[in-house]
Write a protein that binds this ligand. Structure first.
Ligand code: FES
Length: 107
């Protein structure tokens, strides 16, 4: 099984270097490492409480947003151009080294 790395900055501003297996959702890797993230719908793309900001360098490596993801994020007060739902980003060779910052929606 391939293991990839990501960097996650939590709501207190601490950056964590995490590892997760290929195919896992970034939200799951964050949660499984004990970093608080609400992720209420458990990855069903219906809550936006896994909303993160993606480092500019990593944005181009991600799959385009679905209409569903775009709609959910558009309802957030914290929407930015680099907003994504971390449950919709998979651990893949393309996302190895991904850097994300948790948003207040994760509280
Ligand atoms: S966990 Fe609910 S949208 Fe990602």
């Amino acid at each position: 099984m391939n293991i990839f790395k990501i960097k996650v900055t939590d709501l207190e501003g601490t950056t964590h270097e995490l590892e997760g297996p290929e195919g896992y959702r970034v939200m799951e890797v964050i949660r499984d490492n004990g970093i608080p993230i609400r992720a209420e719908c458990n990855g069903c793309a219906s809550c936006a409480t896994c909303h993160v900001y993606v480092n500019e360098n990593s944005l181009g490596k991600l799959f385009p947003q679905s209409d569903e993801e775009r709609k959910l994020l558009s309802d957030s007060y914290h929407l930015q151009e680099n907003s994504r739902l971390s449950c919709q980003i998979l651990m893949t060779p393309e996302t190895d080294g991904l850097e994300v910052i948790l948003t207040p929606d994760c509280e």
